[in-house]
Design a protein around this ligand. Structure first.
Ligand code: PLP
Length: 460
């Protein structure tokens, strides 16, 4: 691009502030030890800038807060449900909606409704809770993402794409009747927030249709994916993010959603489908696990805030500033030669712990160590995405050994300003300067499920 750089700014101003607490180095050393070197076990009041997750950490708009007052807390048939249903139909195009308390509630229902023991569920990499529910329902998860996704140095613009050959090989190996659906995640969180192209979605749908396999979208970060399509894929530059999102969803048969991400709320989710029979099963099951099918574990006010957030989320200026904040941090780290995953994804910067701490072998948890060290250095909280998050094989009990050992600096939506990013980049660089001093960790407590949330470590 030629021409001069035109500055941009967040498309909102601040109305309410929440003071941040600074801590001393001594306090942080104590806090991380107490937390078993697991940033999930820190108290949030001991954190300065919190990049643990962008899940439910969004700042709501004045319109959303006003909507909270419009909660219709009827047990059945709340008007907020109908408002949410209309918003999902309009922007995602699915016919039937079942609200859930958050994304994993939706994943649980969908997995139980569609999977039989012995089935296979292919997916473009996995998300922790998504794969867990698929396996719990008796399926074997099969990764069918393109190889580039596992390469932290590949600059492929759509690193989240499904490898059609891998998908077809699985169909030939196990038979289409053993594959209830393919789980299509957009963007791919575990690959670094990497998008999937529209072209790829079209092809996946065509192949799946040929074999009678459904395509289920993990729509949690679909708006971010739509933005990348607008920016990178030929033919979409002049389309709105809302139009692109609707087209994306049109190549799928349903979706699970964590409203805590794209939809700009602190709690909420849903599962939506086009197929009446699947809907019937979901609507029946939600009563047992979440609540009546017109509230699904949410208060009326939560559904209202989510309906309004959904509409705000698809506005081009909302999503462009969201992704540009992430890119801003990426540029600062790039200037300092910090190793991280490129291209920068939609919601986070993923530091490459293998290259940051090459002296720490994977068995000594380089990414877990880096997240702990960054907290001690600066009070900035990030999280591990590596061997701890990958967990163990359900059959053999062996550790999954992912190629990527990452530390995720996750940007909450509409919460921090560019000055915060300057501070974070500064401290990451400081840590990088004395990286050779770092020593790994050993795990001293391992929970049975989703161990990364609660595992405890000691310094070697
Ligand atoms: C967060 C997330 C989920 C799970 O949603 P929760 O609301 O945390 O239960 C599923 N898929 C993706 C891609 C996510 O980012």
């Amino acid at each position: 691009m030629s021409g001069k750089y035109i500055p941009w700014a967040e498309p909102y101003k601040i109305k309410v502030v929440e003071p941040l607490k600074m801590t001393t180095l001594e306090e942080r050393k104590h806090a991380i030890k107490e937390a078993g070197f697991n940033t999930f076990l820190l108290r949030s009041e001991d954190v300065y800038i919190d990049f643990l997750t962008d899940s439910g950490t969004n700042a709501m708009s004045d319109a959303q807060w006003a909507g909270m007052m419009m909660g219709d807390e009827a047990y059945a048939g709340s008007k907020n449900f109908y408002r949410l249903e209309a918003a999902v139909q309009k922007y995602y195009g699915y016919k039937y909606l079942v609200p859930t308390h958050q994304g994993r509630g939706a994943e649980h229902l969908l997995s139980q409704a569609m999977i039989k023991p012995g089935d296979y569920v292919p997916g473009n990499m996995y998300f922790t809770t998504t794969r867990f529910h698929q396996e719990k329902a008796g399926a074997t998860f099969v990764d069918v993402i393109i190889d580039e996704a596992h390469d932290s140095q590949s600059l492929h613009p759509f690193k989240g794409n499904i490898d059609l050959q891998k998908f077809e090989d699985l169909i030939n190996r196990v038979g289409a009747d053993k594959i209830p659906y393919i789980c299509l995640a957009v963007t791919v969180n575990m690959a670094g927030g990497q998008p999937v192209s529209m072209e790829n979605m079209k092809q996946v749908k065509a192949l799946a249709d040929k074999h009678g396999i459904k395509v289920m979208l993990d729509a949690t970060r679909g708006v971010e994916n739509a933005y990348f399509i607008q920016q990178r894929e030929e033919g979409y530059a002049n389309k709105s993010v809302a139009e692109i999102l609707l087209e994306m969803a049109s190549y799928t048969d349903g979706a699970t959603m964590s409203g805590k991400k794209d939809l700009l709320v602190n709690i909420g989710g849903f599962v939506a489908v086009n197929d009446w029979d699947i809907f019937e099963e979901l609507r029946n099951m939600v009563v047992v696990y979440e609540g009546l099918h017109t509230y699904g574990g949410l208060a009326g006010r939560d559904m209202e805030a989510m309906a309004i957030g959904l509409e705000e989320s698809v506005q081009d200026q909302n999503i462009s500033s969201r992704v540009r904040q992430v890119e801003y941090l990426g540029k600062l780290l790039e200037k300092a030669d910090i190793p991280f995953i490129k291209p920068v994804g939609g919601h986070a910067i993923f530091l490459d712990a293998k290259r940051f701490y090459p002296q720490i072998p994977q068995e000594e948890y380089p990414a877990q160590t880096l997240a702990a060290d960054l907290y001690v250095e600066s009070g900035v909280r990030a999280m591990e995405r590596g061997i701890v998050s990958a967990g163990r094989d359900v059959k053999t009990g062996e550790n999954h050994k992912p190629k990527l050992e990452l530390v995720r600096l996750t940007i909450p939506r509409r919460v921090y300003t560019q000055a915060h990013f300057d501070v974070v980049a500064y401290w990451v660089e400081e840590l990088y300067h004395h990286r050779e001093k770092a020593k790994g960790l050993k795990m001293v407590y391992e929970p049975k499920y989703l161990r990364f949330f609660q595992a405890r470590f000691e310094r070697l």
